[in-house]
Design a protein around this ligand. Sequence first.
Ligand code: ATP
Ligand code: MG
Length: 453
Amino acid sequence: MPEVREIIDSGELKEFERIAAHSHIKGLGLKDLKAEFIADGFVGQEEAREAAGIVVRMIKEGKFAGKGVLLAGVPGSGKTALAIGIARELGKDVPFVHLAASEIYSAEVKKTEFLTQALRKSIGVRIREMRKIYEGEVVELDIKHKPHHYNPYYQIPVGATIKLESKEESKKLNVDQSFAIQIVQQGIEVGDVVGIDVDGGRVVKYGKSERVIKKGEEELYADKPVPLPEGRVFKEKEFVYLLTLHQLDMMRAKSSLDIASLLFGAERKEIDSEVRKETEELVKEMIKEGKAELVPGVIFIDECSLLDIETFSFLNRAMEQELAPIIIFATNRGVATIRGTDYKSPHAMPIDLLDRLLIINTRPYTEKEIREIIKIRVKVEKVDLDEEAIEYLTKLGVNSSLRYALQLIVPASIIANKKKVGVEDVKRVEKLFSDIKRSVEYVKEFEKKLLEY
Ligand SMILES: Nc1ncnc2c1ncn2[C@@H]1O[C@H](COP(=O)(O)OP(=O)(O)OP(=O)(O)O)[C@@H](O)[C@H]1O
Ligand SMILES: [Mg+2]
């Protein structure tokens, strides 16, 4: 089934799975840079959240470009949650790319190409453009058809007359075939508010006009009704949109696709460095002319102790470049060997890179914090647990790990089979699923028995 494959391959699903465990994190929960005990789904870990808040401020004010952050702390102490909180605080307008270090090795493209693309996905360019457009509610629409050249039974649109009305005037326009086709394709009809971008050759449907929707019928329409455009029908208007450097590269690369890739429908996996240079020159020119501004975003590299020395030095160099995003690393390793070398280093990272990073530590959770995090996840998973069960899970969180306790919520609800989950259900799944300590002991025991034979 082709559709299913498509969904599985798409990056969106990966993104969804990656953040599903953190869906309760809505931000950093700060007020004037001060963390409340529970806010935005975040519990405790106040100092790290406040430090992250300062980083967000610096990024938004453009004072952090080319710098980096390291989130370091024991497993399950909220490093990934913190990075997601930062992304939420930055808002949609700042690019945020989330990578697990292991992806760098599993990608089909070369490591450096994969990284370069990821870095360029995290640098935005806000482009402003004045465009001449016609805007108004469609009050008359007449689409002219002609029989198709080869198939006379088939009528194709060849042009249209369209009358638009704004608050101040109405205007009749004759548009050619390319516009007529777009009108038909988008199902534009009388009563819709549209914009016609003449230079760009595009028609855009904004939505149904407020004027034509009867009171009480608003709910019949999927999209919010649109007010009648202000002023005259013909106007010059500023458009602002955000594209990433990678998107600009892709647009250039696509227009220079070779015949082979057209024939086989292959998308380019690698982009020429020439194309990238051209993009950069174009962007710089637009910035000089005041038509664009740079929006350095964030690339978050989780589990960074899996990166090797080559990758670290590549990233180190990238941070020095003119167009550099902000890099946030996360690690739960103390002193360990840097991959690809024989020597040990703090956090398994080269010292010269570490030196450039602001380090934020996450500390292990207290019992009180664990209880609140469990309560939040229970709500998100829509599971009904009684007090005693929550207390028991909290104990497991303290004695084993927070993750282990969180992972038992859904299995316990399945065992309870739609009834309220009690402590006996939690105890049962605790038996069925080991925590790490028990699992290791079990395997060790088993090995010992094997040796005795
Ligand atoms: N302070 C917190 N408030 C609310 N939820 C939290 C908090 N800290 C962690 N969590 C949740 O607990 C789970 C484990 O945390 P997270 O994955 O962020 O830990 P981590 O430090 O990244 O661990 P690892 O080193 O194993 O990657 C996640 O579901 C996370 O959303
Ligand atoms: Mg993590």
